[in-house]
Design a protein around this ligand. Structure first.
Ligand SMILES: [Zn+2]
Length: 247
């Protein structure tokens, strides 16, 4: 579900600096499906927002790899993005290039925090250009500036920036939840492995299964989102299954 799809001849390929980026055609299709409730104007804006946001997120991971001297490539695929260290095969790499658990924590956090940093820069851009940020409350708890009104260019720039803020803040928070294979799940595993090298990975699977279940219920009852509830329900079940299989 979260693995890189094999290359096709319809892949879009480019470089950011010297970091290779590959975009699988299914990426556009899934982005389109996620935005399909919008109208003809907002769908293309939404697809651009998803593209930019996933790229910023993966660039965070890639730059953190780089910080530890590891080259990587970015793949945007059906369920989002992946940053794959180049010298290592998928999954468990070679000892010479595998980051330590502590480095893995930083690399995992770099994705969501790249998104948060980007959102802050966008908000600064809105304020500097004379626009307005409207603060909303997330689940009645967290105040988030989720609506941007720009003084120029009609509706389109405002819709674009509002969606950009929503995706970078909201998906960043979601990605930090301690559920596999989200970044928060990897952080939990690497933190637990440091304190408990023998049993940390198993404990992280339990955290993932329980947290995934609780979040699925929260999504259903509080957020009233069947989509989010299904997503976390499936992830919780996958964690539970791998506990049965491996331990
Ligand atoms: Zn990530």
């Amino acid at each position: 579900m979260f693995q890189a799809l094999p290359p096709t001849r319809y892949d879009l390929r480019f470089f950011i600096g010297d970091i290779p980026v590959r975009v699988h055609p299914l990426f556009w299709l899934i982005a389109l499906l996620l935005g399909s409730s919008g109208d003809l104007l907002t769908i293309p804006i939404w697809i651009l927002v998803v593209f930019v946001s996933v790229l910023v997120h993966e660039l965070g991971h890639a730059l953190a790899f780089r910080f530890y001297g590891i080259r990587s490539q970015i793949v945007l695929h059906a369920m989002g993005g992946l940053t794959i260290p180049e010298a290592a095969p998928l999954g468990f790499g070679w000892a010479s290039v595998s980051p330590s658990p502590k480095q893995e924590v930083v690399i995992s956090l770099a994705g969501p925090f790249a998104g948060f940093t980007f959102a802050v820069l966008v908000m600064l851009g809105v304020v500097v250009s004379g626009g307005t940020l409207l603060i909303s409350r997330l689940f009645g708890i967290l105040p988030l500036p989720l609506t941007a009104i720009l003084p120029f260019g009609g509706n389109v720039p405002s819709i674009f920036v509002t969606m950009l803020l929503f995706v970078n803040v909201f998906w960043g928070i979601f990605n930090l939840l301690p559920v596999f294979p989200l970044d928060g799940g990897q952080v939990t595993r690497n933190l637990l492995i440091q304190y408990d090298p023998w049993d940390g990975a198993r404990k992280a699977q339990w955290v993932s299964a329980i947290a995934g279940g609780v979040i699925a219920l929260f999504a259903l009852l509080v957020m009233r989102s069947v989509y989010v509830a299904l997503l976390f329900g499936i992830l919780a079940f996958q964690s539970y299954q791998s506990l049965q299989r491996r331990y």
